[in-house]
Design a protein around this ligand. Sequence first.
Ligand SMILES: [Zn+2]
Length: 170
Amino acid sequence: MQHYLAQLLADLRAAHHNQPPPVDYRLLHSEYSHLPDEIAYVAEWENAPEQSFEELFGIPASAFPPEEKLTGEQMAQLVEAILELWRAWRMGTYLPEGAPPRLCYRVLTDFWRNEKIDYSSTGSSTLYLCNNDIPTCLWGEQFCECRDLVDDWDMDDFAGPSDEDSGLPF
Ligand SMILES: [Zn+2]
């Protein structure tokens, strides 16, 4: 496993420099042909195709070994390598404070396997690793950040008009 892991870490590092080249959509779509250089990136933002992480980085999700084959330290190394790769592509994210490496590894590799992103050669993006559904969120009850969002909502705002000021006679 140590040899395999070293190879995988090297592949992740090599992918730092594999970003797809910018696409000039002014050449592809006539409605953009008059866009000046300074804002040509807007056309790229609007047209960037959704791609899986596998397609984008050229590394299949199956390259990541199952949790039971890895030590906590090896999972921590892979988590750091994935985050470094994403940073190199200007894709930021953050992990819940105190989340153990095994859980981070599970969430990141699941994200890699299932999510898509419309990558563009300029600008930056933030990847949200919570799925906004507490019961199924992979972070689990302890680390799911979806809960914070729900708690932050002032439920009174959603209650509708109260009886007193509804203006109805009954
Ligand atoms: Zn969550």
